[in-house]
Design a protein around this ligand. Structure first.
Ligand code: SAH
Length: 313
């Protein structure tokens, strides 16, 4: 069956009223999409306006009448509070659950990479694709913090050497590092859904178990050797010339206390992201206290990413 998507992008106050109206006509419920910003680990998140409200109407013989009634209901709501016009998009998709996927597009990154949702063909064969289906894990590649890490990876990945990815989510940065020439990447995450999603995405990208392993855990588990993962050859990796962590500032700062710097080989690079502008000074000073030197800083919207070097011994 085909569907007609109806969507309105509105502010937070209106979203609930609009969702109520759409729900009267959409048998499968209403979706709202909104970015959320976190101030610290305890923060439950502050939603960022506006909100996209979407619903799907079955394209059957009643569609004309349903659409008319829906437009009328929105018109009445619009008389109380001004509303944007609804946008109607036909969806020729057998499975309406898949419909959300049409909102994800390929995203070119830096000079050489492109993030391509697994269900699309890359529009740019010159760029190296990172194929991602985020599933339940974080890391679609649409977030500025992920994009800045990938840009920095283009510069700082050391060919034919290892990399470590703390908080690997969908595996997007690990896959990026391997595509940029790392011989092996060890990913860790405290969320089991991420371990699963990372392996699945690695397979889609043609990455083998010789190139990538994911473990449940964090900095401490890598350092004390308690990760239950296969490693590169017979070697257990505790250190690499490239270490990535796209996690929120308070978590990054606590990871410095757990020995994050010891994961970086002398002369190697630590890439940090997930840092809100106002928190970057405290992350940088925690890094400098551990002997790291700032080599590059990037900014996208409210977010900062840092590339830091561990001096040679
Ligand atoms: N690397 C991906 C995902 C970043 S989201 C990207 O760049 O898009 C942050 C991830 O860190 C989440 O998957 C979360 O489960 C994980 N995480 C949170 N706290 C962690 C910790 N202390 N140690 C390891 N992973 C952690």
């Amino acid at each position: 069956m085909n569907w007609l998507e109806v969507s309105l992008t509105v502010n937070g106050e209106l979203a609930e009223a609009v969702a109520d109206v759409l729900a009267r006509f959409a048998p499968n419920g209403v979706m709202t999409e909104q970015a959320v910003r976190f101030k610290n680990v305890e923060d439950e998140g502050t939603p960022i306006e506006p909100i996209a409200v979407r619903a799907y109407l079955p394209a059957n013989e009643k569609l004309g009448e349903v659409r008319h009634n829906l437009e009328e209901a929105l018109f009445y709501l619009g008389m109380i509070q001004p509303l944007p016009a609804p946008v109607f998009t036909p969806i020729a998709d057998q499975n309406w659950m898949e419909a959300w996927k049409i909102h994800y597009h390929p995203i070119p990154i830096g000079k050489r990479l492109i993030i391509v949702p697994t269900w699309l063909v890359s529009p740019d064969v010159e760029r190296i694709p990172i194929r991602i289906d985020p599933g339940m894990a974080f890391g679609t590649g649409t977030h500025p913090t992920t994009q800045m890490c990938l840009e920095l990876l283009e510069t700082y990945t050391v060919k034919n050497r290892d990399a470590i990815d703390i908080g690997c989510g969908s595996g997007i940065l690990s896959i990026g590092a391997i595509k940029m020439g790392a011989r092996f990447t060890l990913g860790v995450d405290i969320d089991e859904a991420s371990v699963k999603a990372s392996y699945e995405n690695a397979v889609v990208n043609g990455i083998t178990r010789e190139q990538f392993a994911v473990g449940l855990g964090s900095v401490t588990e890598i350092l004390n050797g308690s990760l239950q993962v296969p490693t590169r050859g017979s070697q257990y990796i505790r250190q690499a010339p490239l270490v990535l962590a796209n996690i929120l500032s308070p978590i990054i700062i606590s990871m410095f206390g757990q020995g994050l710097v010891n994961l970086v080989s002398p002369g190697g690079t630590l890439i940090l992201s997930g840092i809100l502008t106002e928190q970057s000074a405290s992350v940088l000073s925690a890094a400098q206290e551990c002997g790291l030197k700032l080599i590059e800083k990037r900014k996208m919207g409210d977010w900062i990413a840092l590339a830091l070097r561990r001096p040679d011994i």
